[in-house]
Design a protein around this ligand. Structure first.
Ligand SMILES: O=P(O)(O)OC[C@H]1O[C@](O)(CO)[C@@H](O)[C@@H]1O
Length: 426
């Protein structure tokens, strides 16, 4: 089966973008240094480890969330997902490709904001709203605070809500505050695999339950992911390792310490946010890392492009395009009276975006900025699954090349602890 996207890296190498690009010999030597990591992944997987990769080929765990999603779709008009970071962004990225009417079923409340949350609750029809609380650790302040706010709102209704009917909780097994709360209130609980880190959890129930609620084919997501994974670890497809080698080499040897992810598709805006967390928390360790910048085309051409082209030469670019984008409305020729606007006549909005991506790529490359291109055949579940897997692999391989572990985020813990300390002090 064909890969769901093409990956072009020539414009990241010195031969194409001169000293903005990585030297061929550096690139080759990083690739060789990365190969053992692919072998390690194969070995770990065979020993039953790395479940975030293994999930791609699992099917047995979907039945439970499929029937839950069906019930939620039938019984409720809106499902609010309470969770932050990896407990939200994968679901958001996936649901973004669903049709608008399906997307409207879900609200992701990932940022804690008093006014915003009050507005969200005021806008919920109590009898027709379900809350899915997702927190791997079960101890994230933002998610717990939102949960308590909803519990209070639920008991203040004229007809207080039957909590077990209106809540689903996803957290890891063992003792944690969220699980204790769910047990006390008899809220239905689903297990978050403790071995799957939040930012790597998109192929688990954390990402797929929201996808199912939005009516998406989550089996296709996993199939796309499995295809990319199998080809990469069998070393049939060099793309994830090549991209990891480029990111690390460009940062180290060319000072390209920021990586801009620039999709030309509105539905990938959340995907870029998902990638931002994945890349930042996995690679920002021990004074090392490459800063991810989430962008969106064409809108950021009118905000960031000047800096990208003419500012500090410290960025590399990943431009994601769709081969045949949704055309959308067409500019009817009879509306174009002004000869200066003849270039717009008969163009669809999708065609304009496609040309803008091409123009931006060419301009970046002409200016000597390392630019890789990922061209999706179409934007669907299979393709998105493949992209999730590609970037998870790329991240783990980049961590190997940087000599750090992709897993865990120890530095974040200090700020969490201090927050709890200050709140407790009153
Ligand atoms: O799922 P949890 O445990 O609530 O964590 C949410 C997010 O918070 C972090 O731990 C960072 O604070 C992320 O790694 C994680 O995705």
């Amino acid at each position: 089966m064909a890969q769901p996207f093409d990956h072009y890296i020539d414009a990241c190498l010195e031969a194409t973008v001169s000293d903005g690009g990585l030297r061929e010999d550096s690139f080759r030597s990083l690739i060789e240094r990365g190969r053992p990591a692919l072998r390690e992944i194969r070995g770990e997987l065979a020993r039953g480890g790395l479940p975030h990769f293994g999930l791609a080929s699992r099917r047995d765990d979907l039945r439970v969330i499929e029937s839950l999603a069906m019930r939620l779709r039938e019984d409720f008009r809106r499902v609010v997902i309470l969770g932050t970071g990896g407990s939200s962004l994968g679901g958001q990225a996936l649901v973004a490709i669903a049709p608008a009417a399906e997307r409207r079923r879900l609200v992701f409340a990932d940022n804690l904001d008093g006014g915003g949350f009050a507005e969200l609750l005021a806008d919920c029809e109590p009898a027709r709203t379900h809350f899915v609380v997702i927190s791997k650790s079960g101890s994230t302040t933002e998610t717990l605070a939102q949960t308590f706010a909803v519990l209070d709102w639920a008991r203040r209704q004229k007809r207080p809500l039957d909590l077990p009917r209106h809540f689903t909780v996803i957290t890891e097994p063992g003792d944690n505050p969220l699980r204790r709360l769910a047990d006390r209130l008899r809220l239905p609980l689903l297990d978050h695999d403790p071995e799957v880190g939040g930012r790597f959890s998109v192929l688990s129930l954390v990402g797929l339950l929201p996808g199912l609620i939005a009516g998406l084919d989550v089996m296709a997501v996993r199939k796309g992911a499995a295809l990319v994974f199998e080809r990469a670890i069998a070393e049939e497809d060099p793309a994830p390792l090549a991209a990891a080698a480029l990111a690390v080499g460009l940062a180290r040897e060319r000072g390209r310490t920021q990586q801009v992810i620039l999709p030309y598709a509105g539905a990938l805006e959340r995907f870029a946010q998902w990638h931002r967390q994945l890349w930042a928390e996995s690679l920002g360790k021990n004074g090392r890392g490459v800063t991810p910048v989430a962008a969106l085309g064409p809108v950021d051409q009118h905000s960031q492009l000047q800096l990208w082209l003419d500012g500090p030469a410290d960025k590399s670019f990943t431009v994601i395009t769709v081969a045949e984008p949704e055309p959308g409305p067409m500019i009817e020729p009879d509306l174009i009276q002004d000869p200066d606007l003849g270039y717009l006549s008969g163009q669809s909005l999708g065609a304009i975006v496609k040309i803008q991506a091409r123009a931006t790529i060419e301009t970046l490359v002409d200016r000597g900025h390392p630019t890789r291109m990922i061209r999706l055949q179409r934007l669907d579940e299979r393709t998105l699954g493949g992209l999730f897997m590609h970037f998870m692999l790329e991240t783990v391989l980049a961590a190997h090349l940087l000599g750090i572990s992709a897993y865990g985020q120890p530095a974040v813990e200090s700020s969490k602890k201090l927050t709890k300390q200050y709140l407790a002090a009153g």
